[in-house]
Design a binder for this molecule. Structure first.
Ligand SMILES: Cc1ncc(COP(=O)(O)O)c(C=O)c1O
Length: 420
């Protein structure tokens, strides 16, 4: 008998359809806006120059001549695409050079380059874990981590974001599951920009015999003296078993990497399906990432890391002074504050976030909007982020526009959450 259930029904009765339609009608849809030029501190977007405070181009390297030349040289030498997987016909010497550079930078035995960061998480978690294992993940972890956990069919035990008492409790339960245990956290959480308390996490992993993987997507090229991420910042590079990073943020390109023990990396190279069964990144992406890594590892890298964090501090205090509720930087147990390039403004209500976004967009600033499930329900954010290449005049102008947008918004829709 034929089924009466249409698999397309989900698409047609999607709970967000109505919201999407209303947002489009009001020109308040923050997603899929069209860039008409490169991602720089000021961008051309839908017919207007707008200050870009919504990119992950933390070091501003997408506009760097050396990085562009790296992409061009690779494209001219190897062509526009490799038309095959790394496993078969898609590995070029630039991949191997990039893997050596990354392993050295991250002080790891070996590294494996994937086509995207999403695939790196999928490829590591989905291969290292199996159905008899348990994976313990922070509830704020990136979606690609969750996808990797689901792919592995390991028992998934999430714990409440950043709560070490919950991690301990979850590990106690995981210890009773009878398999291996992997804890996986973002080093810097992508939406709120807060930092995982790695010293406590490492200590708990040791106590329960668990392995630890850290996603350094938003920390590579930003935190630590060498820019090697949160593991370096905390002096824990030897204690973190696997590190993931992406090329789509500070490295101004596209791709991902897993770094760790040589035997585990070799296992991924021959067993990881998201590595083996997808086309290799285009040569231009590999060439650009390699050029960006070289800049990060030079003296200039250190200046760029300092500059992006300085800009983050400036934007943070400017927005707080205007009365916005800005998520505070993480304070470590010794009282040090860890600033990251992500400076989120708390709005709370989804509609208010979209309308404030619209006021800013019309004024000439682009920011990202994070709604549930990217953030907890009722925790809508304007996720602003800075680049090392934003100058003070541009940030000052952005703050003026934020002030105007706030006044316009509050006159029509009532007060935004105030400074906490
Ligand atoms: C924390 C985190 N991990 C992984 C990824 C995936 O990286 P990619 O964009 O290279 O697929 C992202 C990117 O959005 C991220 O923010």
């Amino acid at each position: 008998m034929p089924t009466s259930i249409d698999v397309f029904a989900k698409a047609r009765e999607h709970e967000r359809l109505e919201q999407l339609r209303a947002a489009r009608e009001l020109d308040a849809l923050p997603y899929f806006r069209i860039l008409e030029g490169p991602t720089l501190p000021v961008v051309e977007m839908e017919g207007k120059r707008r200050i870009m405070l919504g990119s992950n181009n933390y070091l501003g390297l997408t506009g760097d001549e050396r990085v562009k030349q790296g992409a061009l040289d690779a494209m001219y030498r190897y062509g526009t695409g490799l038309t095959g997987s790394r496993f078969l016909n898609g590995t070029i010497d630039l991949h191997l050079e990039l893997e050596r550079e990354l392993a050295d930078w991250l002080d790891a035995e070996a590294a494996l380059v994937f086509t995207t960061g999403h695939q790196a998480n999928l490829g590591a978690l989905g291969t290292i874990l199996g159905p008899s294992d348990t994976v313990v993940a922070d509830s704020g972890d990136h979606a690609s981590i969750l996808d990797g956990c689901l792919l592995s069919r390991a028992k998934l035990r999430p714990f409440r974001h950043g709560r070490m008492d919950r991690l301990e409790h979850t590990l106690q339960k995981a210890a009773g599951d009878g398999g291996g245990i992997l804890v996986v956290v973002d080093g810097v959480f992508s939406m709120e920009g807060d930092v995982a308390p790695l010293p406590e996490i490492v200590e708990l992993c040791r106590r329960f015999g668990a392995r630890l993987m850290v996603d350094e997507a938003h920390a590579l090229g930003v935190l630590g003296a060498r820019g090697a991420g949160t593991s370096e910042l905390f002096g824990l590079e030897d204690e973190v078993d696997l590190r993931m990073a992406t090329f789509s943020k500070s490295l101004a390109s596209c791709g991902g990497v897993i770094a760790g023990p040589a035997d585990v990396i070799e296992f991924l190279r021959i067993q990881s399906r998201p590595f083996m069964f997808t086309a290799s990144g285009v040569p231009a992406a590999v060439g650009a990432a390699l050029a960006a890594v070289k800049i990060c590892r030079s003296v200039e890298g250190r200046e760029l890391f300092a500059r992006v964090l300085d800009n983050a501090r400036y934007l943070h205090s400017g927005l707080s002074d205007l009365g916005f509720r800005v998520v505070k930087p993480t304070t470590l147990t010794d009282g040090t504050e860890v600033v990251t390039p992500v400076v989120p403004v708390v709005v709370g209500d989804d509609w208010k976030a979209a309308l404030l976004w619209r006021a800013l967009f019309h004024a000439g600033v682009y920011v990202n909007v994070a709604l549930h499930p990217a953030v907890p329900p009722g925790g809508a954010l304007l996720r602003t982020s800075v680049m090392a290449t934003h100058d003070r005049a541009t940030l000052d102008r952005a703050l003026e526009l934020f002030s105007t947008a706030k006044r316009t918004f509050e006159a029509e829709h009532g007060p935004l959450p105030g400074k906490s």
